[in-house]
Design a protein around this ligand. Structure first.
Ligand code: ADP
Length: 654
């Protein structure tokens, strides 16, 4: 039932959100969905999925077609989305367990009266008979405009976050034929995609699949240093590259989360812990602070992150190996959603490899499942040990062939990225800011001989006592060290005792780690006992050349090691301001945090850093000039335009 003409989509984008152009496939998706088509949208985190249903929701509501119902699994996310929409002048609400009865009733009244443009709700709420009855009544009156199913991978067992309640959502297809549905996810793999289509009955939906490249993220994976003090490496990384900026540090265990957060806090960083073992209200408080305050570091297990929409997370660091590349991509993807430069940094060592293997070995899962997990871990280890571009490897893993013919340059300037063109533009070439390997190619050494020594040492140990040993003992034998254990087992009599004295302990650790990563050695059981795999034979016979990464003496020379600090060389908008611009930016941020506090909203919902930086650079002198800044829509201009001019005038007068 179309009762009035909707404004053009680009006009909505500009007037409501203050953006001048659609990104990547957004326009095609918005047109298709607004016209009533079903869609499956696959876009990386930060690609701009929300607008793909919010713009159609606005257009269809303006055309008299009623409300858009958004299925979302997380309460915090619903709050933020609704807060941001209301800030932009769009009438939206959520229904979830955080509302009391009176609050829920008020929302239902708004819904039934047709005043809401968007309603967010959890899946179990939507499929509840009482709620379905309300939807029926809207449907009968032609006031059900669209269903948007966010985080659609939750419907799939292959996805990383399966939720039983999502399976019920098929009722929407059956019960409300003719109401368009759009499913959105940032999960790339083919199994999950097929599941979404099948379980949500989206066989007829148009598929919009974006590149999964995140051109503004720089990937770096460093070896845990010799003294194995990864926390100090982390601290140096944060102090050097991201002082005072927001970031997430992932650790595997709750204990390590707490210790690391306390350790960083003791060194003056604003760091908070987050894991599933903390009291619910502590967790909520920490999450809230992370969202609302500037520059906090959240040290967390993987329990943290899903649905965290914060756009200005400048780095994601891993102190432990993630489970697989999907996990790594998902977690690192939380950096730089705003399209500005961000870092994905990980430190790892031999012990991590051994531990991850052990966790798989000890899990009660079936063998086929374990084999699949081992395959995935191997792919991650290959990424960690790779000598070439990490971005290219990541994209290939997700079945994407980088468009560039230069293997280290990554996709070309106007590549297929949905973030179109927002890459590090200041470097000598795109490749140079791509990853640590492109920036400082790792030295390689011919480790064929060393690999043969290590393999034969592992083999001899097995022969000698009938069982294997871990890496520490193996290295002691290779280096000819008469440790107690060596004496006890009589291993000084092995033919491989002392054959590898020419190599340092760090080199040997690297050799073993990489032999595991290459699949020639397995580390098994509680002690990470080393055993040979079938492929080791060819290496032992000298038929396979082994070229390895040279252990780095220190941390790789990064873009920050030169005379210019890192931050002035990356194109984060604020970093490029001159002194007067910086003063304006600081004043605008202070003003923003007051407004955010007064409205009880995260600062980025008032305006993002990128918007403030553009204001600081351009110093608009009147309301028209403020309106021209990206991110300033009509409602925000009304609400804040005058205050912004005042803040800017105050700085210039000072
Ligand atoms: P996703 O849900 O895909 O992770 P979001 O919808 O949260 O991404 O968008 C990420 C960021 O990009 C948000 O800050 C959003 O306002 C911004 N954004 C989205 N589309 C555009 C656009 N066309 N122009 C400018 N900024 C945009």
């Amino acid at each position: 039932m179309t009762t009035s003409a909707a404004p053009p989509l680009l006009e909505l984008l500009h007037d409501v959100f203050g953006y001048t152009a659609f990104r990547g496939p957004q326009q095609a998706i918005c047109e298709h969905v607004t016209a009533g088509g079903d869609a499956l949208v696959l876009m990386p985190t930060g690609g701009g999925k929300s607008l793909c249903y919010q713009i159609p929701a606005l257009a269809r509501h303006a055309a008299g077609q009623g409300v858009t119902v958004v299925v979302s699994p997380l309460i915090a996310l619903m709050h933020d989305q609704v807060g941001a929409l209301e800030e932009a002048g769009v009438h939206a609400a959520f229904l979830n367990s955080s509302l009391d009865q009176a609050g829920a009733q008020a929302v239902e009244r708004e819904l039934l009266a047709g005043r809401l443009v968007l309603l967010y709700a959890a899946p179990e709420r939507i499929t509840h008979p009482r709620f379905l009855a309300m939807l029926d009544s809207l449907h009968e009156r032609g006031r059900l405009a669209l269903f948007a199913i966010d985080e659609a991978h939750c419907v799939s067992q292959w996805g990383h976050d399966f939720r039983e309640e999502y399976l019920q959502l098929n009722v929407l297809a059956e019960r409300y034929a003719g109401v368009p549905r759009v499913a959105l996810t940032a999960t790339a793999d083919a199994d999950t995609r097929a599941d979404i289509i099948e379980r949500l009955s989206l066989q007829g939906a148009q598929r919009f699949i974006s590149s999964f490249d995140r051109p503004n993220i720089r990937y770096a994976i460093v070896e845990k240093d010799q003294q194995d003090r990864p926390r100090e490496q982390l601290l140096r990384f944060i102090q050097r590259e991201h002082p005072g900026e927001a970031g997430i540090v992932y650790c595997q265990s709750r204990k390590k989360v707490e210790e690391t957060a306390a350790w960083l806090a003791a060194r003056g960083l604003a760091a908070l812990p987050y894991h599933a073992g903390l009291e619910a209200d502590v967790r909520r408080r920490h999450q809230d602070r992370f969202l609302r305050e500037d520059g906090l570091v959240m040290v967390a297990t993987i329990a943290f992150g899903m649905g965290i929409d914060k756009p200005d997370v400048r780095f994601v660091a891993h102190l432990d190996l993630p489970k697989n590349i999907e996990g790594y991509y998902q977690e690192t993807g939380r950096a730089g959603r705003d399209g500005e430069a961000a870092d994905a940094w990980m430190t790892y060592g031999l012990a991590d490899v051994v531990q991850q293997r052990r966790m798989i070995d000890e899990s009660p899962a079936e063998d086929t499942f374990k084999r699949r997990q081992i395959g995935k871990l191997d792919a991650l280890l290959a990424l960690a040990e790779s000598l070439d571009c990490r971005r290219v490897r990541l994209l290939r893993y997700f079945g994407e062939e980088p468009v560039s013919s230069d293997p280290i340059a990554g996709p070309p300037q106007d590549g297929v990225s949905p973030l179109g063109g927002q890459r590090r533009a200041n470097g000598p070439s795109v490749g140079a800011y791509c990853c640590d390997n492109c920036e400082t190619p790792p030295a390689r050494w011919d480790a064929t001989e060393a690999a043969r020594m290590a393999l034969s040492c592992i083999y001899r140990c097995h022969q000698h006592g009938g069982y294997g040993y871990g890496s520490v003992h193996t290295i002691a034998i290779l280096r000819g060290q008469l440790t107690d254990k060596v004496r006890e087992r009589g291993h000084e009599r092995l033919s491989t005792f002392g054959v590898g004295q020419a190599y340092s302990e760090a080199q040997w650790r690297g050799v073993l780690r990489q032999l595991i990563a290459l699949g020639h050695v397995r580390a098994e059981g509680d002690y990470g006992t080393l055993t040979l795999t079938a492929s080791a034979r060819a290496v032992l016979r000298g038929e396979v050349a082994i070229v390895l990464r040279e252990p780095r003496a220190a941390e790789p020379k990064s873009r920050s090691r030169g005379t210019t600090p890192a931050r002035s060389r990356v194109p984060a908008a604020a970093a490029q301001l001159d002194a007067a611009g910086q003063a304006r930016f600081t004043a605008l941020k202070t003003w923003r945090s007051e407004v955010a506090k007064a409205h009880n909203l995260p600062a980025y919902i008032v305006f993002t850093d990128a918007t403030l930086a553009q204001m600081a650079a351009e110093a608009p002198a009147d309301l028209d000039a403020v309106a021209a800044v990206s991110g300033v829509g009509a409602k925000k201009l009304d609400a804040y335009g005058a205050a912004i001019l005042e803040v800017l005038a105050g700085v210039d007068a000072a």
